[in-house]
Design a binder for this molecule. Structure first.
Ligand code: NAD
Length: 283
């Protein structure tokens, strides 16, 4: 029986907060992040609350703009362009999902790539996929940071990423490839998912499909990163993995909540600080 390590994302995020706080002390002014929410999606409001709380602990200023969902796409783009031009705003984050009928990626691509803290613009994703990463999307970065707490050498490891979204699956697959893994990028049409997973040293599940990763998917000692977030009918937050079943089989696993979520928040601010240090784009 394997002794399964629980990877504590909250603890990692707290430690990172202290380290970043030290860095910020040397800045001429606190970094400033603009957060845009269109509408009043309750889940988005909770995510923004977590970000603002982390920013407050860190000493980062957040300008929160809650905009009307009846505004036009053009006026939202004009608003973002004004923030692009504002030298006192270092980073811009548009909280996703945007309400219908906004075209999320047209809006994201309006953000100046130098201020795109989420790293989701075509420019920043393009840099990642050609092997010249600038600003990397936060959830994939969080997954890599958590993996690095238990994996010292990725070269030649078999990794399965379940999910192929622009937000998580695709960029994470690229990061694992770049780190030296042999990658299988699985998705809803993948056949024999359990067979692929059983052969993997690393399984990252990012589907939102509760109970997808069962004990017969995981080989002894494999690392499981659970990105999924779902709510049970009783209101409990759960991930994609049947975590209880995996204890004693997986080498390490991230809990939900308390795993990838808190680290994703800290990666936003890591990106913001890198933007302020101007070490991503030389301008
Ligand atoms: P998405 O809906 O865009 O993509 C889901 C992906 O999962 C798709 O590529 C789909 O093909 C795949 N998929 C769905 N069901 C599957 C199945 N049964 N078998 C195999 N593949 C399947 O979602 P997303 O934006 O990539 O987010 C994925 C999950 O991660 C969601 O639960 C989301 O809430 C969560 N998430 C968590 C964080 C965090 O910080 N913890 C951040 C972003 C997303």
């Amino acid at each position: 029986m394997v002794s399964t390590v629980l990877i504590d994302g909250k603890k990692q995020a707290d430690e990172l907060c202290l380290q970043m706080k030290e860095k910020i002390k040397n800045f001429s002014r606190p970094p400033c992040l603009a957060v845009i929410l269109v509408g009043d999606n309750p889940a988005s409001l909770i995510y923004i609350k977590h970000k603002r709380k982390y920013a407050e602990r860190l000493g980062v200023s957040v300008k929160f703009y809650q905009l009307s969902p009846v505004m036009t796409e053009d006026s939202l783009c004009s608003f973002i362009k004004e923030l692009n031009e504002n030298p006192l705003i270092d980073g811009i984050l548009v909280q996703l999902p945007l309400p219908f009928p906004f075209d999320s990626y047209k809006i994201i691509d309006t953000i100046d790539p130098h201020k795109d803290v989420d790293g989701l613009s075509s420019t920043n994703l393009g840099y990642l996929f050609v092997g010249q990463p600038r600003i990397i999307p936060c959830t994939p970065l969080a997954c890599m940071a958590l993996l690095k707490t238990v994996v010292s050498d990725f070269s030649g490891l078999n990794a399965v990423v379940i999910g192929r979204s622009r937000l998580v699956g695709k960029p994470l697959g690229q990061l694992l490839l770049d780190a030296g893994c042999t990658l299988i990028q699985a998705h809803s049409q993948t056949k024999n998912l359990s067979e692929h997973c059983k052969n993997a040293d690393i399984v990252v599940s990012a589907t939102g499909h509760t109970g997808l990763i069962k004990k017969d998917f995981i080989k002894a000692g494999a690392v499981v990163i659970d990105v999924g977030i779902s709510r049970t009918p009783e209101g409990k937050i759960v991930g994609d993995a049947c975590a209880d079943e995996l204890m004693g089989i997986a080498g390490a696993i991230t809990p939900v909540p308390g795993g990838v979520g808190p680290m994703t928040v800290s990666m936003i601010f890591q990106n913001l600080i890198s933007i302020c240090e101007k070490n991503l784009y030389n301008r």
